[in-house]
Design a protein around this ligand. Structure first.
Ligand SMILES: Cc1ncc(CO)c(N)n1
Length: 225
């Protein structure tokens, strides 16, 4: 099987993630700042846990090449993506210590610990199936938004977010990640018990991404920013 089989098997859940109202409001520039700030803080906490999950991928790897690949992801997350996130958040008035002090919201705990638990319980392929919706989904969202003529480019307060995920650097690393997942999946038959279990993991993580967007929107109701 290939990564596209995972998406095809849960197309409805995938579309709900990729086309979520949070994403559409970002594209239009209409998202409430309360929602965006809540999302940014939770995403900082998410990325820290995500780095832990790639550290687990080093532990779970079977080959030296896979260990090095996962190490590269840990390094990129800690020294590039999270640092970038911190300096980006400073433009929105959030400091690193503000974000460190923030409590993890229920959706953040649920998603990240689901990924970690899946990896701890399962093998390297289970772990990558749980990690896959993150980079594959944001890359697709970035491509969609930059290709859509209705995306507001001028005067959109969220344009930096859009250009980050539409940008060459993120697109390239997501494509590498996807190619790696394809090599891991190559030996597995879609119809087998193993294949169906991987679909279930991928679909759960996809639903967690949708819940993560919704958690951002819900901040407007809770007034907790
Ligand atoms: C919740 C979430 N999913 C995916 C990405 C992409 O890195 C992100 N930053 N946050």
């Amino acid at each position: 099987m290939k990564h596209q089989d995972l998406i095809n098997a849960c197309q409805q859940d995938w579309d709900a993630y990729i086309q979520h109202s949070f994403v559409q409001q970002l594209a239009k520039g209409t998202l409430a700042h309360t929602c965006y700030l809540h999302y940014l803080k939770q995403d900082f906490l998410f990325l820290k846990q995500y780095a832990r999950a790639y550290a687990l991928a080093i532990y779970k790897a079977n080959t030296l090449a896979d260990m090095r690949g996962a190490l590269l992801s840990v390094n990129t997350l800690l020294n590039s993506e999270i640092s970038h996130h911190v300096s980006y958040c400073a433009n929105w008035g959030l400091t690193e210590s503000d974000m460190e002090a923030e409590d993890e919201d229920a959706g953040t705990v649920a998603y990240t610990r689901y990924v970690l638990d899946t990896g701890i319980k399962g093998d390297i392929v289970d772990l990558y199936a749980a990690l896959a919706p993150c980079s594959m989904g944001y890359a697709e969202i970035g491509r969609n938004l930059s290709a859509d003529e209705n995306t507001k480019l001028q005067g959109n307060p969220f344009i930096d977010w859009i250009t980050l995920y539409a940008g060459e650097k993120f697109q390239q690393s997501a494509a590498q990640g996807t190619a790696h997942i394809d090599t891991l999946l190559a030996e597995i038959d879609l119809e087998s018990q193993r294949g169906q279990n991987l679909i279930k993991i991928f679909r759960t993580a996809t639903r967690m991404e949708t819940a993560f967007w919704q958690q951002g929107l819900n901040a407007a109701l809770e007034n907790n920013v």
